[in-house]
Ligand binder design. Structure first.
Ligand SMILES: [Mn+2]
Length: 387
């Protein structure tokens, strides 16, 4: 059976307030055409379908229309929820979707068996699905959506850390697997040693939810992971792989090539793991300029990219100036100002003679690129006086 593994679609996600829905549609279409041309039997979506618990109607519509095209092409799809999804909302349409071979696994798997003559669902239960292909070979797909303390329906030993809990849960799920079945896991978690980026970092602070590859049972021959946005192999010997997000979603992903992962499973073995590059969507770039003299020319060269712009300047830019740069270059989503060292040294040496008010105005202007208004200055001085 041929698989396509993707994750972290984040449909509806914006970049500094700029919509990326058109790019998301384009890249989802590209994934579909790869699945069709590569003759994929099953698509695995490893969580973070949406960017928020309550996605917009446009985002949901895009996802549902995308799902429908897999059904049209007789491709089976298994989807779990990530930390950005509401598991119940994501799987709300599970009954109608499952009639077309599209399995939206939120927190429970209770699907009716379905024989479509190609890839048939022969069994489903607690976090697993069992499929049979035309040759009679069986595939045990374990589906562990993202969870906080414990997934629905599990009693957890509170003494155990997150990694041990995942280990126990997976052991229980895989106890349903028959020896002759090929075991595959789809999950959304942070595997030890993984490299995160801005967009998914907050959740992993402190490393509380880090999982060791040893938590994955040995009878699992491929683990399709979601959560980290850069494609990477978490364990080569166990085939634990992050497909990565289909678009560059944060500026620390500059230069990262996006792709989907393709692999084949046959007689208990994983064959031909490969990536297929995704070309849709805008790339992200970082640009640092000294002064604003040749800014327009430099920006015009990367007009097809989103830009995180840093301007090194000897004076603060006014609100009007930064607003003008943004209006003339809608692809610039971020502007940061840095002062040249020469200017800064001059300021430091004269700082002792400055009043509280002047110091505050200087700090504020440096930080925000504009003068604070009188009310703010007054409030600051009042607080200082109280101190
Ligand atoms: Mn994500």
């Amino acid at each position: 059976m041929k698989f396509l593994h993707t994750s972290d679609l984040h449909i509806g996600k914006k970049l500094d307030g700029v919509s990326r829905l058109d790019e998301q549609k384009a890249v989802l279409d590209e994934i579909l055409s790869i699945a069709v041309s590569e003759k994929v039997d099953m698509v695995l979506v490893a969580g973070d379908v949406y960017d928020t618990f309550i996605p917009s109607a446009d985002a949901e519509n895009l996802f549902f229309n995308w799902l429908d095209k897999f059904a049209e092409n007789a491709i089976t799809l298994v989807c779990i929820s990530g930390n950005h999804d509401d598991a119940d909302r994501l799987s709300a349409a599970k009954t109608i979707a499952s009639r077309r071979g599209l399995y939206l696994c939120g927190s429970s798997n209770d699907f009716l068996p379905r024989d479509n003559g190609k890839i048939s669902l022969i069994e489903s239960g607690k976090n697993h699905l069992v499929f049979k292909d035309e040759k009679g070979e069986e595939f045990f797909i374990a589906t562990l959506s993202f969870f906080g303390e414990a997934p629905t329906g599990y009693v957890i030993d509170k003494e155990k850390d997150y990694s041990e809990r995942v280990g126990d849960i997976l052991k229980e799920i895989f106890s349903f697997k028959k020896p002759e079945q090929n075991g595959v896991l789809v999950s959304h978690l942070f595997m030890l040693g993984g490299e995160s980026s801005e967009s998914e970092r907050r959740i992993d602070l402190g490393g509380v939810k880090v999982v060791s590859p040893s938590a994955i049972p040995s009878e699992c021959i491929y683990t399709a992971l979601g959560h980290l946005h850069k494609r990477q192999i978490a364990s080569k010997s166990k085939n634990v792989i992050y497909s990565g997000s289909p678009l560059q979603y944060s500026y620390d992903e500059v230069g990262i090539q996006k792709s989907v992962t393709l692999f084949e499973v046959e007689n208990g073995a994983v064959l031909g793991i490969k990536t297929k590059e995704l070309l849709s969507g805008k790339k992200l770039a970082k640009l640092t300029v000294v002064g604003t003299d040749s800014l327009d020319e430099k920006l015009s060269k990367i007009a097809d990219k989103f830009v995180d712009l840093t301007i090194i300047s000897e004076r603060p830019l006014t609100m009007e100036e930064t607003a003008k740069i943004k209006t003339q270059n809608p692809n610039v989503t971020k502007i940061k100002l840095e002062f040249s060292s020469e200017f800064e040294t001059g300021v430091i040496s004269g700082r002792k003679e400055l009043s509280d008010k002047d110091l505050f105005v200087e700090f504020y202007t440096k930080k925000y690129g504009a003068n604070p208004d009188d009310e703010l200055i007054k409030a600051y001085l009042e607080i200082m006086a109280e101190e």
